[in-house]
Design a protein around this ligand. Structure first.
Ligand code: NAD
Length: 441
């Protein structure tokens, strides 16, 4: 099939590449000429495991092309995906200007039937609005399909190639059949292909993300209560997760969720509800708990040093909003580091892949080191923010020699309390008893 993908970011690049890999002819369009130049020379602008090789293989195979020219893409494609950004506006609602702008641009360029697919996360009613706007511009026939994306950054290829479900929102049998054919190569593992109306498809994405964010906020709240009543959230999490109605996944407390999806999608769902005259009490709480949770690690640092942070140096492990990505959007590390800097502390940080994106956000207000151990030298304490695998089993004695004191603030509960106790560390984590040498247990 001939496919175009407009917006070649995390979602568009992965989707376009996977469609090409299953034998389709794919044109990826982006208005960022620098990005397109890089992609044409086989360099991908993001970190996503396995993606670089797949882009190169399909580009060399002649199935994957990159351009800034929307006209070329519209002319050559039957199915056109919109994967542009939908960032939050000040009031939390989604900014749909790129979606509408591209849809109207496509409508002006169409010379026959096309299927326009919204893959970006868009609020309920967007497909209807896209349809209405396009109708004002073109007399050509077209269908608008809502096809929300559920991939996770860091595991995006696997998620796209082996989805748990594909959601297709459309009233058109013709469009549904084309979508079924396009997705057929990825459905062999027996995943569900759900066809529904546009509005339900759009809502499914927000409901899924809000539910996942709710699990995180819920467990963060449980963790905060555990700390105050002397329970250990690790034990509680295991016990709770063994209930098959609940399940063990996505129950890890930490420093709050970040990234380009949960924060903005929870806010946008709240805005949608309010616009429809409904007060979304639970959705609002998910967000409120998360905002507070992003500050919890800093508050532990502040309390430990009794507010005297001026002149101290902190080593930070992990900057990306989660492991396996270089994405810094809404990363909790930004909140923790800004709070430390504001309190007069200095920060030296290490992240396996996100240092260049972090530099874009934090600039030279902090320093960066190339190895996890180099950041520790003469630091007052280590603050672990992102749970990269390489932090799981560090050389604690080497760490102790480099640090000024054996102090770790762990925002991801990576280490065993008993081991920290035995090694003489002061160890403050999330929702678990504090380990303080010499203190009564
Ligand atoms: P992104 O910012 O990485 O990519 C968006 C791309 O669109 C950029 O390359 C940008 O240059 C391009 N663009 C913007 N306006 C354009 C225009 N007018 N014409 C051509 N290109 C244009 O964003 P992303 O993370 O890929 O997210 C895209 C959408 O998918 C969002 O709605 C997001 O909520 C949703 N989504 C993201 C993820 C994820 O894990 N990142 C997962 C599921 C859904």
């Amino acid at each position: 099939m001939k496919v175009a993908v407009v917006g070649t970011g995390y979602v568009g690049l992965v989707a376009g590449t996977c469609f090409a890999d299953s034998g389709n002819d794919v044109i990826c369009v982006d208005n960022d000429a620098k990005k397109v130049r890089a992609l044409r020379s086989g360099r991908i602008p993001i970190y996503e495991p396995g993606l670089q090789e797949l882009v190169q293989r399909n580009s060399h195979g002649g199935r994957l092309h990159f351009t800034t020219d929307l006209a070329e893409a519209v002319k050559k494609s039957e199915i056109i995906f919109l994967a542009v950004g939908t960032p939050p506006k000040k009031d939390g609602s989604a900014d749909l200007s790129a979606v509408f702008g591209v849809a109207e641009g496509i409508a002006r360029l169409m010379d026959g039937y096309r299927i326009i697919v919204t893959k970006s996360t868009v609020p309920v009613g967007t497909a209807d609005e896209v349809r209405a706007r396009m109708k004002r511009v073109t007399k050509q026939p077209f269908d608008v399909v809502s096809n929300p994306e559920f991939m996770k950054e860091g595991a995006a290829l696997d998620d796209f190639l082996k989805p748990e479900r594909v959601i297709v929102g459309t009233e058109s049998g013709r469009a549904a059949e084309q979508m079924r054919e396009l997705y057929a190569p990825f459905m062999r593992t027996g995943a569900a292909f759900l066809v529904m109306d546009n509005r339900s498809a759009e809502m499914s994405k927000y409901a899924s993300n809000a539910m996942l964010a709710a699990r995180i906020s819920f467990m963060n709240e449980v963790a905060n209560i555990c700390e105050r009543v002397g329970a250990d959230v690790q034990q509680v999490r295991r016990a709770v997760g063994l209930d098959s109605r609940i399940g063990p996944r996505f129950l890890f407390p930490g420093v709050g969720y970040g990234g380009s999806c949960f924060p903005k999608d929870v806010q946008a769902l709240g805005a949608t509800a309010r616009a429809a005259g409904y007060t979304p009490r639970m959705i609002d709480s998910i967000e409120a708990v998360n905002e507070a949770q992003k500050r919890v690690l800093f508050e532990k640092v502040e309390a430990y040093y009794q507010g005297k942070l001026k002149g101290r140096m902190f080593a930070v492990w992990g900057l990306a909003f989660k492991p396996q990505t270089d994405d810094m959007r809404e990363a909790p590390s930004i909140v923790v580091i800004n709070a430390l800097l504001k309190a007069g502390a200095r920060v030296r940080a290490y992240d396996p892949v996100a240092m260049h994106t972090a530099r874009g956000v934090l600039g030279d207000r902090i320093t960066y080191s190339r190895t996890p151990y180099a950041v520790l030298k003469d630091a007052d304490a280590l603050i672990l923010i992102t749970e990269w695998n390489e932090f799981r089993n560090p050389d604690f004695e080497r760490m102790a020699r480099l640090l000024k004191a054996r102090v770790i603030f762990d925002g991801r509960n990576q280490y065993e309390l008993e081991e920290m106790r035995e090694r003489g560390f002061t160890y403050l984590s999330i929702g678990r008893p504090a380990v303080v040498p010499g203190a009564a247990r």
